[in-house]
Design a protein around this ligand. Structure first.
Ligand code: ZN
Length: 334
């Protein structure tokens, strides 16, 4: 396997290949949420850094370092992952398996590589790591994995090259789902691609759960019907729908936000193809309701933001849901 075997992320892949070819060592943070493929990119990057003759596609796959790597027998890579109990990686692990080991030269490979899930290293562990990062031994590279959600110390960040994994396109996610033999017909898979937030790991877990497809259909129907619903419908049927799906409320809101965006997209680009049944429904709705323009959609999105703010301060759920539906109703009604 080489970098090209990983889907998408063309810019990131060319940076990784270039870093490996220019024989850099140092500290890198591969940044992205869980599910974005951090481990896969870290492994391919490590292999390229260790390889004797890396090319534009990363590791050569032929040299002895690559053979050892692929056989899982190289002693020159150390992986420190999150403990399965969800606790932090002990500072003793960082001292013994990383700091002490990093001064020992690689046995076979060009570079010795440490892959560390830094999000699970507490402050004491990160401080212990700092000295190794500040004065990196020759032939050593540290690849840190992080979602960059605020738990990496500034002192670690400032000494690292930050390589971000960007959102995948829907087509790329579809390709990844197919390569994982994800269950579901094309319509279902395409729907998931549209709603997974550009995150293939999330898409894969969504395919394992049938409830998402029916939820996305139901939310779309509810939203598109709001303009013609009466206040009574909203306060009874709409309210009941939100109550029944309270445990999925984050996903419901995400679907609403995405459908609002799609309405605007189809009203702006009526010829844009609709890849799923849901998308066809939204497209038809947008074309029949040309009064719902960008200003109206902007106000609906503000209503979603108001709902999210209300929930963050523990406002009454039912009240916040009704307020949201009524604001959308006002914009959608003819
Ligand atoms: Zn090689």
């Amino acid at each position: 396997m080489a970098l090209s075997a990983l889907t998408g992320q063309h810019k990131l892949k060319s940076i990784l290949a270039e870093e490996a070819r220019s024989r850099h060592a140092g500290t890198y943070i591969i940044a992205g949420a869980a599910g974005m493929g951090r481990h896969s990119f870290a492994e391919e990057f490590a292999k390229a850094l260790m390889c004797e003759d890396p090319g534009e596609d990363g590791a050569c796959g032929k040299c002895k370092c690559c053979n050892y790597f692929e056989g899982g027998t190289t002693p020159d890579i150390v992986r420190i992952d999150a403990p399965s109990d969800g606790k932090s990686i002990p500072v003793s692990d960082i001292r013994e398996k990383v700091v002490s080991d990093s001064v020992i030269k690689p046995q076979f490979s060009r570079t010795k590589v440490f892959i560390i899930n830094i999000d699970h290293v507490a402050e004491a562990g990160q401080n212990a790591l700092l000295k190794s990062i500040e004065e990196p031994p020759a032939n050593v590279a540290f690849i840190l994995l992080s979602s960059l959600s605020g738990n990496v110390l500034d002192t670690v960040m400032s000494r690292s090259a930050i390589l971000k994994i960007s959102r995948y396109t829907e087509d790329e996610i579809y390709e990844i789902l197919k390569s994982h033999d994800a269950p579901g017909d094309e319509n279902d898979l395409r729907t998931i691609c549209a709603y997974c937030g550009g995150n293939p790991g999330r898409a894969i877990s969504m395919t394992a759960d049938d409830s998402f497809i029916s939820l996305s259909n139901d939310v779309t129907d509810l939203l598109l019907g709001l303009g013609s619903d009466s206040y009574t419908d909203i306060l009874t049927d709409g309210s009941r729908f939100f109550a029944d799906n309270k445990s999925e409320s984050d996903m419901v809101i995400e679907i609403i936000y995405k459908v609002l965006g799609d309405i605007l997209m189809y009203s702006t680009y009526p010829d844009r193809e609709a890849a799923t049944e849901n998308a066809s429904k939204i497209r038809k709705f947008a074309l029949e309701n040309r009064h719902i323009n960008s200003i109206a959609i902007g106000r609906c999105k503000n209503a979603v933001t108001d709902y999210v703010k209300a929930m963050s301060v523990n406002a009454n759920y039912d009240g916040a849901c009704c307020a949201l539906m009524i604001k959308i109703h006002e914009e959608f009604k003819k």
